[in-house]
Ligand binder design. Structure first.
Ligand code: AMP
Ligand code: MG
Length: 341
């Protein structure tokens, strides 16, 4: 049964606090993307997250806290160097996977014996977490498989009628989900790149990037199946073209018999906007500003759908710094349709 979904302002947090205490789900802003939170210690509450999103039960959630002392009840003994990571990067977009304690229900960890924890760097998220004073399990507040929400209206679009409240904190800062770092293996391993980069982590502790992150299946033709890797994806078909000749390749493809009759669009950097005559072109931001590009990416992928594009070509990026997170999401959104030019 559909319920009424209210959008509330950050000065109305008490409403959200009450709902969370009653075992309900609430969407809230963080510095990465909007989260769909529930009391992490309440199995029934956490099960609602999976129902609302249509999320597979084996995909674990990240537990959000506002105070480092909250970590202790959630975990058992871990490598002491992790404290240095918390010190340096929290609050911030870094989720740390640690051995979980029995306090954390298995529904949160997707049946694993580990738990991912982070402290978000957003005043509304931190205020909410402090007021409710419970660890809050929260994945991104989108329907499973869709691009993560970076604005309250994205959450409303996906989850309207399914959740009671969305806290509107405006557009999120980073726009891509947190870095997920497994601290239960040596060296520590990046399972998902995000705002805290490989380069930054390496300054504190030896780290490896999981091979799945840069699962760079480079294809000659944009028709490779690989759809099982699809995620963060709009309804439009996404084709990523990397390299110096990206604009030429995109124009050639767009005007090929396969695509010329479709509604085509391009996500391009500001410098290249003029290179795509006759196509709908959306601005990712200046080429050198990785953070701007990351923050706009999901919004523009959603815009591709609201415009009704059939196919969206995206200029690709290098894998350094935040580029690793951007390319990881594009790889998944495109089902690995990455063309190197
Ligand atoms: P989301 O919040 O929707 O971005 O999803 C949370 C991400 O963290 C997913 O990619 C999960 O697979 C990952 N994650 C959360 N907990 C764990 C864990 N204990 N072990 C491995 N990955 C995890
Ligand atoms: Mg997600």
């Amino acid at each position: 049964m559909a319920i009424e979904t209210r959008i509330i302002q950050p000065d109305e947090l008490e409403i959200a606090v009450q709902l969370l205490r009653q075992g309900e789900c609430v969407a809230f802003p963080t510095e990465t993307v909007y989260g769909l939170g529930a009391n992490a210690l309440n199995t029934k509450a956490v099960q609602k997250i999976f129902q609302v999103k249509g999320r597979p039960a084996d995909n674990p959630l990240i537990v959000h806290i506002y105070n480092k002392e909250q970590v202790q009840e959630l975990v058992i003994a871990y490598d002491p160097i992790v404290d240095q990571l918390m010190e340096r990067f929290w609050p911030g977009p870094l989720s740390l996977i640690l051995p979980k304690s029995d306090r954390v229900p298995t529904v949160v960890s997707g049946g694993l014996d580990t738990v991912a924890i982070r402290m978000p760097d957003h005043p509304v998220a931190l205020a909410l977490l402090e007021m409710v004073d419970l660890p809050i399990a929260a994945p991104s507040a989108n329907l499973s498989g869709k691009p993560s929400p970076t604005r309250a209206e994205h959450v409303f679009h996906d989850l309207q009628g399914r959740i009671p409240v969305i806290i509107d904190g405006g557009p999120t800062g980073w726009g891509v989900e947190s870095t997920v770092l497994d601290c239960t293996v040596k060296p520590f391993r990046i399972l998902r790149p995000g705002g805290v980069t490989y380069e930054q982590l390496k300054e504190v502790v030896p780290v490896e990037v999981d091979p799945s992150v840069n699962h760079a299946v480079v294809v000659d033709q944009p028709r490779s199946p690989g759809m099982k890797y699809k995620h963060y994806a709009p309804n439009a078909k996404v084709i990523v073209v990397k390299g110096d000749h990206a604009p030429q390749i995109i124009n050639q493809l767009a005007n090929s018999p396969e695509y010329q009759h479709l509604k085509r669009g391009v996500l391009a950097v500001e410098e290249n906007l003029h290179l795509y005559p006759g196509m709908i072109v959306l601005n990712l931001g200046p080429k050198q500003e990785q953070k701007t590009i990351a923050s706009r990416l999901y919004h523009l992928l959603r815009q591709a759908d609201s415009i009704g594009l059939d196919v969206v070509f995206v200029e690709g990026f290098t894998d350094d710094n935040v580029g690793m997170a951007i390319m990881n999401r594009l790889r998944r959104a495109s089902g690995n349709q990455i063309i190197q030019s």
